[in-house]
Ligand binder design. Structure first.
Ligand SMILES: [Zn+2]
Length: 246
């Protein structure tokens, strides 16, 4: 292995990440087909791979393919230079998994059961390797209960606010149940008490991002937008990766 091969591995891994996020193969009969991730229109394989050309159905360029290609290549190479305490391979598997979860959450506001169940096996395995069975299970339980509490508080608050304003309760929950599942997986990965560090980092990064977004909204639209949807999975994943490094 060398730096070039590490980068190449990132480049190659970008294909299944983009493909799974486009096709969502757990939806009936979509596995093995080439679809535009933006409109769902069927594409030939050659067309599918040329993401920089506008889609013949919706006319959009699928920029996310390029973003994932470049970022996985660069991050894999960086990981080779700075593998951290867990070593290159464990971190690389985590990186690819994190990219897939983050992309699907950002685009579809979803953390799918099949993805979080796979994550439980994968991240739980890594957790047991790093901290043993007991700390891993304890971390998973902590991750689940902390996020469940936030889920109940956040959605309870949104419900009460809507009721006081005589509006129907919000259909889109502030925190989804998928976030609870993901937090459980990350608890398995980080173990106890590592999950506390992971969630703290996630909240700090999400807070900093929200503040920047509010400032941006103020400059761009001259008003504060507190109703904008923020996908939390990328922050949870980033927090977990930071916790492993620090
Ligand atoms: Zn399209």
């Amino acid at each position: 292995m060398n730096l070039f091969l590490a980068g190449l591995m990132g480049l190659i891994a970008a294909f299944p990440v983009n493909y799974l996020a486009d096709v969502l193969p757990w939806k009936d009969g979509r596995l093995g087909k080439a679809l535009c991730g933006r409109c769902g229109g069927a594409l030939g394989w050659g067309e599918y791979l040329r993401w920089w050309k506008p889609c013949p159905h919706c006319g959009k360029v699928r920029w996310r393919h390029g973003i994932v290609l470049v970022s996985l290549t660069v991050l894999s190479a960086l990981l080779w230079i700075y593998p951290g305490k867990w070593g290159f391979w464990a971190m690389w598997v985590l990186l690819v998994y994190a990219m897939l979860v983050a992309v699907i959450d950002a685009e579809h506001r979803l953390i799918l059961h099949v993805v979080s169940a796979t994550g439980a096996l994968l991240l739980g395995g890594l957790g047991i390797w790093r901290h043993g069975l007991e700390a891993t299970l304890l971390g998973g339980a902590a991750g689940a209960s902390i996020m469940l509490l936030l889920f109940l508080l956040g959605n309870g608050y949104a419900y009460l606010k809507a009721r006081r304003a005589n509006q129907p309760p919000p259909t889109e929950p502030a925190l989804g149940f998928g976030d609870v599942a993901l937090s459980t997986d990350l608890g398995l990965l980080l173990g106890w008490p590592g999950i506390l560090a992971g969630l703290t980092f996630a909240i700090l990064v999400a807070g900093a991002f929200s503040l920047l977004f509010l400032l941006y909204a103020l400059l761009r639209w001259h008003r504060l937008r507190t109703d904008a949807y923020i996908p939390y999975a990328p922050f949870l994943l980033l927090g977990a990766l930071l916790a492993i490094y620090v």
